[in-house]
Design a protein around this ligand. Structure first.
Ligand code: AMP
Ligand code: MG
Length: 402
């Protein structure tokens, strides 16, 4: 049995990065950059006023109040392109270029215009540089703003747009086939008969895979028959970068996932992880290169193991620099129990207390089949192997669920 950390390492080592592709900026949100984003111009592109007010020479406003002659107006997109001389002021708007000769902007609230708006009286002194953002102060042409491997968020969309990236190179989305095993399963639009249940795993796996940036294909339910399972894995592998199965990896007579993989000459990298829930998780590669995660059948185990392992692989395939979920710390709101030889990942809800500290409430749940209780979890609390109990109030490592 290997540790969770070792298993994540193996996943990262065995996962190839997919090729890049060019997409329109409109389709770039959430994708991983396959190129650096470089500024094609200074920002601001000129000395820019931060306020509505008057561009002046600070020297002329050393003593206030003082009256200066208004010689022009500089608006955003329509600047005043002359040189401001001693004793002069230019009416200026937020975002407009500061004229040559001016070295400061006094805000409109500290001034008023007189004599048919030909003169402005400034009520307070102003120092050099006030309310001016100098050309290139935010970024200089040629500087790298975003590195390849960064996941594009909404704020970064403005960066792409501002520097003219109408098209951008991102890593291809992985295609994931989801495949549920189990004779007891029926499709969700059917009423389960005697001894049957609806397949729910394919829907959580599909949703988590999409959150990780994948394109999902649903493969037909495969029962518990090795030959059918083999056929469906081979069929899916023709189109998919990864297949995620659920069920059939325990020690029962009908647990056929591993034998199917062996008969398909898959290389199995691990098949047991020191993890609760999710010990019998399988990670393998088919001869054609398609990766396979054989997750346990219990729905909570599915969510935990998918997010620990398959998610990391999907993010790594897309070139993400930090593919695994990041650990954070939180204070435990009530005690949490560990287990022998295995790390526990227990469902919890995160809140903050009055001091702004992160608090994790472990949920009451009925074990790895209890997906109803798990549905409101927002995080997993990590209890190290061989720790009996972590007391309330202790700091623990957590993972936020996607
Ligand atoms: P297994 O690992 O195949 O023995 O399955 C463990 C438990 O998970 C059994 O109770 C199964 O009925 C349940 N299970 C397996 N696959 C699914 C699925 N796709 N949706 C919901 N429950 C499942
Ligand atoms: Mg089964």
């Amino acid at each position: 049995m290997i540790s969770v950390g070792e298993a994540v390492q193996i996943v990262r080592q065995q996962t190839p990065v997919l090729a890049g592709e060019t997409v329109q900026i409109e389709a770039a949100m959430g994708r991983v950059l396959a190129q650096d984003i470089v500024a094609d111009s200074d920002l601001p592109p000129f000395d820019r006023s931060q306020m509505d007010g008057y561009a002046v020479r600070a020297e002329d406003v050393k003593y206030a109040p003082v009256q200066l002659r208004i010689v022009g107006e500089s608006a955003a997109g329509r600047g005043w392109h002359h040189k401001l001389e001693e004793g002069q002021a230019v009416r200026i708007m937020t975002g407009a270029p500061v004229p040559a000769g001016a070295d400061s902007v006094q805000q409109v609230e500290l001034a008023h215009e007189l004599k048919d708006r030909t003169v402005v009286e400034l009520l307070e002194t102003v120092e050099v540089g006030r309310s001016i953002v100098k050309q290139g102060a935010e970024i200089k042409a040629g500087e790298t703003i975003l590195k390849a491997g960064t996941t594009i968020n909404a704020a970064m969309m403005a960066v792409l747009a501002a520097f003219g990236y109408a098209k951008v190179e991102v890593f291809r989305r992985p295609r994931v086939g989801v495949l549920a095993t189990g004779t007891e399963l029926v499709p969700i639009d059917q009423r389960p008969g005697q001894d049957q249940i609806r397949d729910s795993n394919n829907y959580s796996i599909g949703a988590y895979a999409e959150l990780a940036g994948a394109v999902v294909e649903r493969l037909p339910l495969s029962g518990d028959e090795t030959s059918l399972l083999k056929k469906q894995i081979m069929d899916g592998a023709q189109r998919c970068d990864m297949i995620v199965t659920s069920g059939g990896v325990s020690m029962g007579v009908y647990d056929v996932t591993k034998s199917a993989l062996r008969e398909l000459d898959a290389e199995i990298f691990f098949e047991r992880v020191a993890l609760r829930p999710g010990k019998p998780t399988v990670f393998a590669r088919l001869p054609n290169g398609t990766l396979v995660f054989g997750l346990p059948g219990n729905p909570v185990s599915v969510s935990v193991t998918f997010n620990l392992f398959a998610r990391a692989a999907l993010r790594a395939m897309q070139g993400a620099t930090e593919p695994a979920l990041k650990q954070e710390t939180a204070a435990l709101a009530r005690s949490a129990k560990g287990t022998k030889e295995r790390e526990s990942y227990l469902p919890a809800q995160l809140t903050t207390n009055d001091d702004g500290e992160l608090i994790a409430f472990p949920l009451k749940w009925g074990g790895s089949s209890d997906f109803v209780a798990f549905a409101v979890a927002t995080a997993l609390v990590i209890v190290p192997a061989d720790v009996k109990t972590i007391e309330a109030g202790s700091l623990v490592n957590i993972l936020r669920l996607p």
